[in-house]
Design a protein around this ligand. Structure first.
Ligand code: IMP
Ligand code: MG
Length: 292
């Protein structure tokens, strides 16, 4: 079983005031969970472990975007440094994929792979998947099952974080940086609804002040209206950006129903279905997109 740096359940992290935090995030962050320097030190050692276990043959490194990009970049820098300074080296090619989870009929969650070269090139290759965090392990299990179709010789997974959670499916990556408690963490390219990815340099993981896992009743209600009104939507996201008081929301709907319509028309459709809700709020920020 892979070893990892264990962060205990009662780890309280560090006061953000002790670090340089971007001003636009100062209000949102509770604690710095893993300082940047510790991430780098641990990543350096993971690079060595990976080179030892996978060395000798060419590998294809697959970065899972977007969350995995910082870890991927730093891990590869360390592997490249080993290649420059050791007799043995690990030749690599790289590729990037994005995964999208969606519900095809309310119950069956599927993972769709977007981007990347033709995966047929994985046939017979040794593949290293680089991911930011494994929580339940469902995403990774589905990705691994999918990649099997392309007949790679070997697939290993390196994840910077593994969450200790009762929701876990029991899946454990081959290389794990840190095993962390069941908390929602952001920064170092990990996001909460696209926020905090730019919290790069200093801290990996920061718990956020308001309870993120629990959706507010407003968020649930608005998401329900949107899902009913756009039955073919592949993604619906609703966030109360007023900190839970229902004054302002951000909504994102991705649906084929928007295809061929101008952005303004797409926004009008959202405004239309939410018109009763809008009366009770100060603002609504709308994002729409069409699935690729
Ligand atoms: P899993 O399928 O439950 O293992 O989910 C893995 C995915 O959920 C990750 O690739 C992340 O995108 C997301 N995720 C899970 N926990 C966190 C977290 O604490 N912060 C940010 N993203 C998370
Ligand atoms: Mg991820």
């Amino acid at each position: 079983m892979a070893s990892a740096l264990l962060i205990s359940d009662d780890e309280s992290g560090y006061d953000p005031e002790l670090f340089c935090i971007p001003k636009h995030y100062v209000e949102d962050l509770e604690r710095v969970f893993i300082p940047h320097g510790l991430i780098m030190d641990r990543t350096e050692r993971m690079a060595r472990d990976i080179a030892k276990e996978m060395g000798g043959t060419h590998i294809v490194v697959l970065c899972v975007l977007k969350g995995g990009y910082k870890f991927f970049a730093d891990l590869l820098d360390y592997i490249k440094a080993l290649n420059r300074n050791q007799d043995e080296s690990l030749p690599m090619t790289i590729d990037f994929i994005r995964l999208k989870s969606y519900c095809n009929d309310q119950t069956v969650e599927e993972v769709k792979i977007i981007g990347g070269d033709d995966l047929c090139m994985l046939a017979g290759k040794n593949v290293l998947i680089v991911e930011d965090i494994v929580e339940t392990g469902r995403t990774m299990r589905k990705l691994l099952a999918h990649l099997e179709n392309y007949k790679p010789q070997m697939v290993k997974v390196a994840s910077l974080l593994l969450k200790r959670t009762p929701r876990s499916s029991g899946y454990r990556p081959d290389f794990v940086g840190f095993e962390i408690p069941d908390k929602f963490v952001v920064g170092y390219a990990l996001d909460y609804n696209e926020y905090f990815r730019d919290l790069n340099r200093l801290a990996l993981a920061i718990t956020i002040r308001r309870a993120l896992s629990a959706q507010t009743s407003g968020e649930v209600r608005i998401a329900e209206i949107l899902r009913k009104s756009f039955p073919r939507a592949s993604a619906v996201k609703v966030v109360d950006i007023s900190g839970g008081c229902g004054a302002m929301y951000e909504v994102h709907v991705e649906s084929v129903e928007f295809k061929g319509k101008r952005v303004i028309q797409q926004h009008q459709l959202i405004n239309q279905v939410l018109k009763d809700e809008i009366q009770a709020m100060h603002g609504l920020r709308i994002f729409t997109s069409v699935p690729k």
